[in-house]
Write a protein that binds this ligand. Structure first.
Ligand SMILES: Nc1nc2c(c(=O)[nH]1)N[C@H]1C(S)=C(S)[C@@H](COP(=O)(O)O)O[C@H]1N2
Ligand SMILES: [Mo]
Length: 311
């Protein structure tokens, strides 16, 4: 897949420091880079400012972020996806848009992406299993895709599905999850400026094990909301049920907002093990923040909701 160059800046910088557009910078959501259109994909990043007040947490090493994965379609252990997704075919790729919208159809991903501007953003990512990473994603805003689809006013939720192809995805031969993997967002969550459709990470095309060629990124929610290898997007008037909710509704809800005050029935969510890289895989335990530290961007969407019930 080729990416369109959507950004004027074209300086490169060290991976550990990035500076971004003013607004997102404030929340430590850094990024705004571009991918250059060329035969071999290349990424250009805005130049970082030394001693910037905007520096955020240390990035997780690319190696850890791409070899320690949950992607049950390729196996249940964290080391399975990198092994078993090697030959996964992500080109050509189509995305079906269906449900309560005007612009329905089956779209070629490469053409679809050319309608949107790509940017790079560094997000803290928190898995429900209480480990976390800091990852530089490249993607476009889901809001842009939604506008492109022209949803009807009756559309209240956006629903996503992963590819179902047991020949390529050996995990789908088992019944660990009701396949295909399913997720959903309320329309305001989907339109939130933090919500990205990622096509790359660490300045490169998404590796298969991280959800190539297109996956969802919602950094204020637990990792399982970040549905990978998306083939279908549907606009609904009713709240869908996601895969983990279907398996264990007492453990996994629809919202899946990171919340240190609401424990998982089997473990605490108050702290997390931050994976940065270096000598040991889990090198520090830190306090988990409400909405994973993104309250300024998302808390208003949940005003008046009982988050202990609507977890
Ligand atoms: N289709 C699909 N998407 C998925 C999963 C999965 O098993 N299948 N696992 C989820 C979970 S639990 C996590 S923590 C993230 C991990 O994303 P990463 O590999 O980029 O860290 O993917 C999410 N998306
Ligand atoms: Mo997860």
């Amino acid at each position: 897949m080729k990416f369109k160059n959507t950004h004027k800046d074209s300086q490169t910088t060290d991976e550990s420091i990035y500076v971004n557009r003013r607004k997102l910078i404030k929340a430590g959501i850094i990024g705004s880079a571009s991918l250059l259109a060329s035969n071999s994909m290349a990424l250009s990043l805005p130049k970082a400012t030394e001693n910037s007040e905007f520096l955020i947490d240390e990035l997780t090493s690319e190696k850890d972020a791409t070899t320690y994965n949950n992607f049950y379609e390729f196996g249940l252990s964290k080391s399975d996806p990198v092994e078993n997704a090697k030959d996964f075919k992500t080109e050509p790729w189509t995305v079906e848009v269906d449900g309560l919208c005007e612009n329905k159809g089956t779209f070629d991903l490469e053409k679809l992406i050319s309608n949107f501007s790509l940017e790079e953003r560094i997000y803290r990512m928190r898995c429900v299993e209480a480990w976390s990473m800091v990852i530089p994603w490249t993607g476009f805003k889901l809001a842009d895709l939604i506008k492109y689809c022209k949803p009807l006013s009756s559309a209240k939720y956006v629903y996503f599905e992963t590819l179902y192809d047991p020949k390529q995805m050996p995990g789908q031969k088992g019944r660990s999850i009701p396949w295909p993997y399913r997720e959903g967002l309320r329309m305001d969550e989907a339109m939130n400026e933090l919500t990205l459709m990622a096509v790359g990470m660490y300045g490169k095309q998404l590796p298969n094990q991280n959800g190539a060629p297109l996956r969802l990124v919602t950094p204020w929610k637990y990792g399982f909301k970040g549905i990978k290898s998306i083939v279908k997007i549907k606009f609904l008037d009713k709240q869908p049920i996601n895969s983990w909710q279907a398996i264990a509704p007492q453990e996994y809800g629809f919202y899946a907002n990171v919340n240190p005050e609401v424990d998982h029935p089997r473990w605490s969510q108050a702290t997390e093990r931050r994976i940065t890289g270096g000598f040991s895989l889990f090198n520090s335990r830190i306090k988990t923040q409400m909405f994973n530290g993104y309250s300024d961007y998302v808390a208003s969407m949940y005003k008046g909701m009982d988050l202990t019930k609507l977890y």
